[in-house]
Design a protein around this ligand. Structure first.
Ligand SMILES: Nc1ncnc2c1ncn2[C@@H]1O[C@H](COP(=O)(O)OP(=O)(O)OP(=O)(O)O)[C@@H](O)[C@H]1O
Length: 235
């Protein structure tokens, strides 16, 4: 299985006069990990997750390394696009625009598998059933409810059996029961795969009692935030 190790990672966002800096002093994702990131709106949670999902490059990093099967990939240096690694090893449920509106339900559901070269319609059918998703394969995204779209985004992100499952507020549009079913399914799939699971959430009740390690993004100086551990989930 794969693991991701980061030390002294830094990313700076600039836009005219606006400047935002995020530091990640130490963060790891290993098989079986369950981690959740909290933080107030705009604190830098998505920026942290984009880095950890290899969706953007850190500006600097003392160490940013992906290890798998005795091999190590140095992610700290260079500006190489890690798309092939991302496609195979990562499942990322984006907070905004998680689906392609010009693709059908079925095409969206199978996109992650196609990019990873792992087609298996049985896995998709099983995930849809577990998540209570029963839309017809040719349904257009515009004809799905917000909640159906959110669950479909999860199917797309995990159907290729990734080693790292990252979800940015995956239950934001769901009622409490559907949110719990979604989390249960993602936890079960992560367990079945031996994957690491990283979630951003605003809902502390949702993750309580599932043995998550808690992290938070805090602004410790104006425009300068840090991802750091919080207390262990004791519930
Ligand atoms: N290009 C940019 N230049 C400067 N600051 C930026 C830029 N893009 C975003 N920001 C700021 O970076 C900060 C972190 O944004 P990010 O989306 O990571 O926060 P977040 O915690 O995920 O927010 P939310 O809870 O709303 O999803 C925000 O304060 C945002 O305003």
């Amino acid at each position: 299985m794969a693991e991701l190790i980061g030390r002294q990672i830094q990313r700076i966002l600039k836009d005219g006069q606006r400047r935002f800096r995020l530091d990640i002093p130490a963060f790891e994702l290993r098989p079986g990990d369950r981690k959740v990131i909290f933080g107030r709106t705009g604190s830098g949670k998505t920026t942290a997750m984009d880095i950890l999902a290899l969706a953007c490059h850190p500006d600097t990093a003392a160490r940013f390394e992906l290890r798998m099967g005795g091999r190590s990939t140095d992610l700290a240096r260079g500006r190489r696009d890690h798309a092939p690694l991302r496609a195979k090893l990562f499942g990322y449920v984006l907070q905004s625009s998680p689906l392609f509106p010009f693709l059908t339900f079925e095409e969206n559901a199978s996109l992650g598998q196609r990019l990873a070269g792992r087609r298996d319609s049985g896995v998709i059918a099983d995930l849809c059933q577990r998540l209570g998703l029963d839309a017809a394969p040719r349904t257009r995204v515009s004809d799905l409810s917000i909640g159906q779209r959110q669950r479909l985004a999860v199917v797309r992100a995990i159907a290729h059996r990734p080693s790292f499952i990252l979800c940015d507020e995956p239950t934001a549009s769901l009622d409490p029961d559907t949110a719990r079913i979604l989390l249960r399914t993602v936890l079960d799939v992560a367990d079945e795969l031996g994957a690491a699971l990283l979630i951003i959430s605003h809902d502390r009740d949702l993750t309580r009692g599932h043995d998550f390690e808690y992290f938070e993004v805090v602004e410790w100086q104006p425009g300068h935030a840090m991802l750091r551990p919080q207390e262990r989930d004791a519930a």
